[in-house]
Design a protein around this ligand. Structure first.
Ligand code: ATP
Ligand code: MG
Length: 484
C-alpha cells in the first residue's frame, strides 16, 4: 500500500505551511481605437500592488502577496518564481497543486496552458517532472526504485465531472479513501514516458473542454479543468515500498458578472454553475481561516476535488489573475480580496514543519487574533503578545515564556501540535516539546481531542447510514415510477 512520508523523514528543510499566493496582472487589452482610461491597478514591487479605492479616488488600497507579476512578466518567470519549487515534493509521495483563479478574461488559461510560443505552467511542469524522475532513476542511490507517471484530465462542467481523455465517461463520482485521499473512480489514466506521450493525450483532450465566446472573452472556459499528474515511485527490492505523489494543475473557469458578459440561455446556466462553485470555494476559504469545525467542501464538486489541495494534504500555489482595465475594477478587487484570504490557509503536510518553528504560529493566527482583539478580549490580546515573543530552539526558560494560549488556537492546529508533541516526546526530544504547557493541560487536551475524534467518527457513521437510507428511498421511488 502507498505510504506517505513526511518531509521530516526525508531530513529536508521544511518550507512554509501556507498556500502560496501569487498575483499576475495581464497586459492592457482594450482596443487601441477605444479611448482607454488608465489602468486601475499598479504594481509597487515584486510582492505588492495598489488599486484605487472606489470610495475615495484620492486613496489607494495596497496588497502584499508572496509574489506579484506585472504585465510584462514572462511565462517562464511565473513558472520559475512560483511553481517549480513544489515539484520535488511529488517524488517523496506528497501532493501538490497549482490553480489559476480570477475573473473571466484575466488570463488564467494563458497562465496555465499558454500557447506554443509561450507555454504555460502545465507543459513546463510536466516536462520538468519527466526530467526529474529520469534523473532520480539514473542516480546512484536510486537503482532500486522505478518511477511511473500517469495523467488524468477532467473538467467540472455544470457540476458534473467529465473525463476529457474519454468523453463518454460523464458525471464521474468523487470519493475519499480512508487516508483522506480524494479519488475519481473510473477516470481514465494514461501512462506517460515522454513529453510526446503527454502531448498525444493532452492536446485532443483539451479540445474536448467546453469553451465558448462571451462578450468578455472569445474563448472563455466554461468549466473548471483539472489535470492530475500522478508520480509513483516503486521499490524493486523488499520491502517493495511505494510512494505516490499527486500534482493537480487547475485552470478554473472565471467568475462572471452577467450584466457585462451579456450571457443568456446555456451561457447563463453555465455561468450560474461557475459562480456558485466559486462562491463555495470562497466559503471553504473563509471556514478554513476561521478554523470552523465544518468546512463545506461537499457543497460543490470543485471544492470536493480541491479538498486535498486546500487545507488538505497538498503543497498549494494559487495564481490569481487580474486585468488592468477599468471595466474589471470590481472583479479585480474581489479577486485580490479572495487571494489575500487564501494566503492564510494552512496545509497539513507542513504541520510538523510549522510546529518546528514556534515563531511561525503567531503569524498564522494573526488575522483571527486581530478580529478577536477588535472584539475587545483582553485574554486574546495577551495571546498576540505572547506569540510575538516566541522563538524556536531556545532554552527551557525561554520555552516557558512562549506558552501558547491553546484555547485561542484553531482546533486543527492544536490537534497537529498535540500529535507532533507526542511523537517528539516519544523520541525523547524533551527540549523540543512544542506546547510548553503544564503536562496536565496537555493530557486534558489530548483527551478532549480523542473524544472529538470519536464524535466525528460517530457522525460519519450516522451520515453514511443516512446516505444509504436516501439511496434506498430513491431506488424505491424509481421502482415505483417504473411500476406506474
Ligand atoms: N499575460 C498575457 N500576455 C498576453 N496575452 C494574455 C495574457 N494573459 C491573457 N492574455 C490573453 O487574454 C485573453 C483572455 O485570456 P484567457 O483566455 O487566458 O482568460 P481566462 O482568465 O482563462 O478567461 P475565462 O475565465 O473566460 O476562461 C486571451 O486572448 C489571452 O491570450
Ligand atoms: Mg480560461
Amino acid at each position: 500500500m502507498a505510504k506517505r512520508v513526511s518531509i521530516l523523514d526525508q531530513h529536508k528543510k521544511p518550507s512554509s505551511a501556507r498556500v502560496r499566493v501569487a498575483v499576475r496582472l495581464r497586459p492592457y487589452m482594450e482596443k487601441e481605437d477605444e479611448k482607454a482610461p488608465a489602468a486601475c491597478v499598479r504594481g509597487l514591487d515584486s510582492q505588492s500592488l495598489e488599486i484605487v479605492n472606489w470610495r475615495n479616488q484620492l486613496e489607494t488600497m495596497q496588497y502584499q502577496f508572496d509574489a506579484f507579476y506585472g504585465d510584462s512578466a514572462t511565462q517562464r518567470e511565473i513558472y520559475m518564481g512560483s511553481v517549480c519549487h513544489i515539484l520535488p515534493h511529488l517524488l517523496i509521495g506528497q501532493n501538490a497543486s497549482v490553480f489559476a483563479y480570477g475573473p473571466t478574461g484575466a488570463g488564467k488559461t494563458h497562465t496555465m496552458l499558454g500557447n506554443p510560443s509561450q507555454p504555460g505552467v502545465i507543459p513546463r511542469a510536466v516536462r520538468d517532472l519527466l526530467q526529474m524522475t529520469r534523473t532520480a532513476a539514473g542516480g546512484p542511490e536510486n537503482e532500486n526504485w522505478t518511477y511511473t507517471i500517469t495523467m488524468s484530465y477532467v473538467e467540472i462542467y455544470q457540476e458534473k465531472v467529465m473525463d476529457l481523455l474519454e468523453p463518454k465517461n460523464k458525471d464521474l463520482p468523487i470519493r475519499e479513501d480512508k487516508d483522506h485521499n480524494i479519488l475519481i473512480p473510473g477516470v481514465t489514466q494514461k501512462t506517460i514516458n515522454s513529453f510526446g506521450d503527454f502531448d498525444e493525450h493532452f492536446i485532443p483532450a483539451s479540445q474536448n473542454r467546453t469553451v465558448a465566446s462571451t462578450k468578455l472573452n472569445d474563448r472563455s472556459s466554461r468549466s473548471h479543468a483539472v489535470l492530475l499528474i500522478k508520480v509513483q515511485k516503486s521499490q524493486q527490492v523488499s520491502p517493495f515500498r511505494q510512494l505516490t505523489g499527486k500534482l493537480y494543475l487547475i485552470d478554473l473557469a472565471g467568475s462572471e458578472d452577467n450584466r457585462r458578459t451579456g450571457n443568456q440561455g446555456i451561457r447563463l446556466k453555465e455561468s450560474g454553475a461557475i459562480n456558485s462553485s466559486l462562491f463555495t470555494l470562497s466559503k471553504v476559504v473563509d471556514a478554513l481561516n476561521q478554523g470552523l469545525p465544518r468546512i463545506p467542501y461537499r457543497d460543490s464538486k470543485l471544492t470536493r476535488l480541491l479538498q486535498d489541495s486546500l487545507g488538505g494534504t497538498a503543497h498549494s500555489v494559487m495564481i490569481a489573475n487580474i486585468a488592468p482595465e477599468q471595466k474589471y475594477y470590481f472583479d479585480t478587487l474581489t479577486a485580490l480580496n479572495f487571494a489575500a484570504k487564501s494566503k492564510q490557509i494552512i496545509n497539513k503536510p507542513f504541520s510538523q514543519e510549522t510546529t518546528q518553528s514556534i515563531a511561525a504560529l503567531p503569524a498564522m493566527k494573526r488575522p483571527r487574533e486581530e478580529a478577536e482583539t477588535a472584539a475587545g478580549s483582553r485574554q486574546r490580546k495577551k495571546s498576540k503578545t505572547d506569540s510575538t515573543e516566541s522563538s524556536p530552539n531556545t532554552s527551557m526558560d525561554a520555552a516557558s515564556k512562549r506558552k501558547l494560549n491553546l484555547a485561542a488556537l484553531d482546533p486543527a492546529v492544536v490537534e497537529r501540535l498535540l500529535k507532533l508533541d507526542k511523537i517528539l516526546t516519544e523520541k525523547g526530544m524533551k527540549e523540543a516539546q512544542l506546547l510548553s504547557t503544564p503536562k496536565r493541560e496537555r493530557m486534558a487536551l489530548l483527551k478532549k481531542w480523542e473524544e472529538s475524534q470519536m464524535e466525528i467518527e460517530r457522525l460519519k457513521e450516522k451520515q453514511k447510514e443516512l446516505e444509504q437510507k436516501a439511496i434506498e428511498a430513491e431506488a424505491r421511488l424509481e421502482r415505483g415510477q417504473w411500476a406506474l
